[in-house]
Design a protein around this ligand. Structure first.
Ligand code: 13P
Length: 254
C-alpha cells in the first residue's frame, strides 16, 4: 500500500501573528518543489485565518492544534470544529501536552475525533508512552490501549493520521531509537487492521514525533513503517523544516 508521506510542523504556543506570517512565508519560499510529500503547518489558533490567506494558493495545508468537541455554547476559551474548518484540513488531537497539562482523557479525545470527522476535518491523533511506562515494558500496551480507547465508535478512518510521540522524546533532544519506533508502528498497524480490516487499516498514515531534526529525519523516514513526521521545535526554523520536507521527498519517492 502506497501512502503519501506527511510532514507536519506543530508550532505549539509559539509565534505572534506577525511572526507566524513571516515563518510561513519563509517556509513557502524554501520548500521549492518537494512534490510527493503532504506538507502541513499547525500554528496557534489566532494565526489560522491570516496564514490561510498567505497559503491559499500553495501546497501547504493548515492544521489546528486542538479543538473542543461541542459545536458551540458556554465553553469559555474553547474553539469548535466549525470555527476552524474554514481554514484547516487537519486538527491535532490528544497531544501529550493536552493530556498531561490539561488533563485530557482518551474519552475526551474520542469525542473530539468524532466531532472532527463530522465537521470534515482530518484528525492527527497523538499517542505515546511515558518514560515510566517504557521502563516497565508497557510501551506497546500503553500506546495500543490509547489507540483503541480513542477510536471507540469511530467508523470513518481512512483520513485518520496517527502520530506516535513518546512523551520522553518530546522537546528533550532524546529521540527514540529506530527499532523502538518500528516496533510500536507495527503494533499500531496490526491493531488498526484488527479494528478496521487490513485494507482500511493500511491506508492510515503513521507519523513519528519526538525531537525530529534535519539530522535524524532520513533515518526515520527510510523505514517503510514510518509515513512521516510530526515536528515540534525544528518546525520553528524555516531552514530546518524545509530541509526535513525535502529529505522526506527524497527518501520516500526513490
Ligand atoms: P519536538 O519535535 O520539539 O520534540 O516536539 C514534538 C512534538 O510534540 C510535535 O507534536
Amino acid at each position: 500500500m502506497k501512502r503519501t508521506p506527511l510532514i507536519a510542523g506543530n508550532w505549539k504556543m509559539n509565534t505572534t501573528v506577525s511572526e507566524a506570517c513571516s515563518l510561513a512565508r519563509a517556509i513557502l519560499t524554501g520548500i521549492e518543489s518537494a512534490d510527493g510529500v503532504e506538507k502541513v503547518i499547525c500554528p496557534p489558533f489566532v494565526s489560522l485565518a491570516p496564514l490561510y490567506e498567505i497559503l491559499a494558493a500553495s501546497p501547504i495545508k493548515l492544521a489546528a492544534q486542538n479543538m473542543y468537541f461541542r459545536p458551540k455554547g458556554a465553553f469559555t476559551g474553547e474553539v469548535s470544529a466549525s470555527m476552524i474548518k474554514p481554514f484547516c484540513s487537519y486538527v491535532i488531537l490528544g497531544h501529550s501536552e493536552r493530556r498531561q497539562i490539561f488533563g485530557e482523557s482518551n474519552e475526551i479525545i474520542n469525542s473530539k475525533i468524532i466531532a472532527a470527522f463530522e465537521a470534515g476535518l482530518k484528525p492527527i491523533l497523538c499517542l505515546g508512552e511515558s518514560l515510566e511506562q517504557r521502563k516497565a515494558g508497557k510501551a506497546v500496551d500503553t500506546v495500543t490501549g490509547q489507540l483503541l480507547n480513542c477510536l471507540v465508535n469511530v467508523r470513518q478512518t481512512s483520513e485518520l493520521v496517527i502520530a506516535y510521540e513518546p512523551v520522553w522524546a518530546i522537546g528533550t533532544g532524546v529521540n527514540a531509537a529506530i527499532e523502538e519506533v518500528c516496533q510500536i508502528m507495527e503494533a499500531l498497524r496490526a491493531a488498526l487492521a484488527g479494528m478496521y480490516g487490513t485494507g482500511t487499516g493500511d491506508e492510515i498514515r503513521l507519523l513519528y514525533g519526538g525531537s525530529v531534526t534535519a539530522e535524524n529525519t532520513a533515518s526515520y523516514l527510510s523505514q517503510p513503517v514510518i509515513d512521516g513526521a510530526l515536528v515540534g521545535g525544528a518546525s520553528l526554523d524555516s531552514n530546518q523544516f524545509t530541509t526535513i520536507i525535502k529529505l522526506a521527498a527524497a527518501v520516500k519517492n526513490t
